[in-house]
Write a protein that binds this ligand. Sequence first.
Ligand code: ADP
Length: 417
Amino acid sequence: MILGVIADDFTGATDVASMLVRAGMRTVLVMGVPTGPLPDAEAIVVALKSRTAPVDEAVADSVAALHCLQAAGARQFYFKYCSTFDSTPDGNIGPVAEALLNALGSEFTVACPALPENGRTVYRGHLFVGDQLLSDSGMRHHPLTPMTDANLVRVLQAQCHGKVGLAGHEAVSEGVQALQERFQALQEEDVRFAIVDAVDTAALHTLALSCADLPLVTAGSGLALGLPAVYQAKGWLQPDRHAARLTLAGGPAAVLSGSCSQATQAQVADWLLAGRPGFQVDVRALAAGEPHAQHILQWVDSQGEAAVLVYATAHPAEVQSIQAELGVQRAGQLVEECLSQVALGLMDRGVRRLVVAGGETSGAVVQALGVQTLRIGPTIDPGVPWTQAEGRELLLALKSGNFGGTGFFAKALALTE
Ligand code: ADP
């Protein structure tokens, strides 16, 4: 066990885990603060739901996760947040980072959400999404975590007691020694958190090497790509080209979708257009108390061996009309319960490969299936790996709404055939 990661949401956890696996570390993901012994792995990612939780709860869960990872023998810790630095106006990133630093008895850490391969870069402490400042991007309208300031020094400072400073592009581009000297200079000015510029992937590799001796790093998923090389240089790790290999393949398959995001809409349309079997959940039938999940499973039985898609995915106008009738919460809950029952029925029918679209939907399905630990396998599309439920003959691909290309469902299934 080398690295312990604490991720502030579920799909962010799969994202960082797939980066580590890509760079050769055997990685498992644990849902929520671990309660039992942790499985054998070189990196363990704890998936929390702390991004939008009340600050006290976010801090308590993160510190509890830290203690579990310490007990499991982790030698470095990584607080993972979103590459758009998603935080509420109260802001959980600062308080969590500060609590983790304190718990580790450490004075200094870095903060860098950059993920250049997805267009997230940091320059002069300002976060860009493609060619736009964060505050000009769609993130300014996010329903839960609107980001209206791209200056990360200012954003993080507003969330922290400790001082926030900047390790700028000059130091990063000069290399590891210059960046470490910059860290030293900042610490002499009592800075506890250095926002670090990173305009390309090379910068993240420099940053990873420069953080080799820090107990805690805080970052988006990008920094994870550089860490395995650091551990190799320390003699802790022999990167494994086959770290992503899962032990089983094939078996009956199905797709469940409770996501109404644009990318998922296209993926559902693509599946149906190819003539593959699909069944749309009738939310009004659920609201009327009909045994709709049973009807869906009868339909599944009528499809023979073919991989089926069960989807609640609908166009925005349809979703709005249902939500107006039933309320946003109730509509969502009915769909999540239905898809969870269908998932259990699919398990009884021998399904061993399941693709789930939707962050909340994935959470509900995984919980219904009683899955707590996932071993991370090969990446299907950026940020979405196949995973295996630890100790079970079950492969899961859990896709957040806007991830994946148009042919994602068929591509995912083809990868495991
Ligand atoms: P995403 O990752 O795309 O945001 P989520 O699963 O996180 O997807 O969220 C989608 C939410 O919308 C879920 O709570 C789901 O139950 C709900 N939902 C899905 N389909 C419908 C629908 N047709 N009408 C109302 N709510 C829906």
